[in-house]
Design a protein around this ligand. Sequence first.
Ligand code: C2E
Ligand code: CA
Ligand code: CA
Length: 404
Amino acid sequence: MIGKQNRKYKVNQVIFTEGDPGDCAYLIEYGQVLVYILKDGVEIPLMVLGKGEIFGEMSIIDNSLRSASCRTLTETRLVIVTQEQLLDRIQSADPVVRLLMRALLERLRGQNDSIRGKVSVSNPIISEKLEQDKKEALERIELENRISVGLKNNEFLPFYQPIYDLETQTISGCEALIRWKTPDGKIIAPGVFIDVLEQSSLIHAAGQMMIEKCIADLSKMRNEHSFATDFFVSVNISGRQFADLNFLSHLETVRAKSDLPATHVKLEVTERIMTEGPQAITTLQKCRALDYQIAIDDFGTGFSSLQYLASMPLNDLKIDRSFVSQMMTHEKSLSIVKTLIYMARLLKLNLIAEGIETKEQLFLLRNLGVKQGQGFLFSKPLTYDDFVAAAAGASANSTQKKAA
Ligand code: C2E
Ligand code: CA
Ligand code: CA
């Protein structure tokens, strides 16, 4: 709805009447309104609303006519909330929240009908949407419960993708990527569950598990195998984890137990950390001060702000796979890659290219001065045992190459 103005209403002015089409909702900036229904010509008050409250939203949510009337009780100023503004937000909400909202709406309409002495008849449009929301909410809650049980049963584990020095083609470190190994032996990639984890408090249990397993595995790799002295493991940390007051003490306790220097542990963050509030950034700064390495991941794919690069205590910038995969065919992607490289150099950040799948991509990135990279050209993410075996093979190959 375009063009409807926020406006001031005098006392006792009608805002809408029962049966009107609902084209917007209202937020009360100041003043008071009465929502009422008429029964046999008599006004039956439903509620009095004041500053900061919203009304007129029901018919927008279920696309039906106004089921009550509304007038001002005092001088009132109203801010218009358009249909698009409301529906966009509802659509992007968690399906369980959507279901709650629709259920409450149905109940409220039922109450209004019973005051009128009518029996509620479901609106076919809202019933259809309600069914869809019910289905999505059920799937979501079921997945959340399965993940929660899976975490308790130790079904989640890190896989490791090697990160190569592009010049010497030796392994510099690895990125830990979470996997779910279900009881029937299936390995599930994070695309299926990472959003559910990150949007619920389950991310804390999953994040702690990743830190504990990755640090134990790294310690074992360093003790039992001959990796480079500065070999590191990179762990993805969501903004929500950084905002958790216990995050750093848990990380430090686990690391101290393993006797591993913090500089071997890299924390991968995305720009979304900036939306988690000042606590998350303070924790990030404390991690850096303790010598943990910090990499910015997926830079340039979200709502990037160059300000983030200046305000975050970073060591590395990862060039996203979306740019690497397109840079051979799309001039603009190549320009973005070159700009990121130039910028990283000026900001003294180490670069790691993601998603290298072809030799051409490898040669181009190396020629452009990118020092490190990962991708299916080298290896997919591997179990601990496969990673250690592959790393041993790679180091034998590189020794042979040097000797040849
Ligand atoms: P990411 O951090 O950007 O990780 C890189 C993703 O690209 C991984 O997907 C990896 O398997 C994939 N990849 C690497 N090289 C190539 C390549 O050459 N070609 C293609 N097509 N893909 C490649 P994966 O493992 O499915 O992880 C997806 C995302 O899930 C990660 O993206 C990260 O955002 C998130 N994630 C993974 N593990 C964790 C975790 O422990 N914690 C949190 N918070 N997020 C995680
Ligand atoms: Ca990552
Ligand atoms: Ca990435």
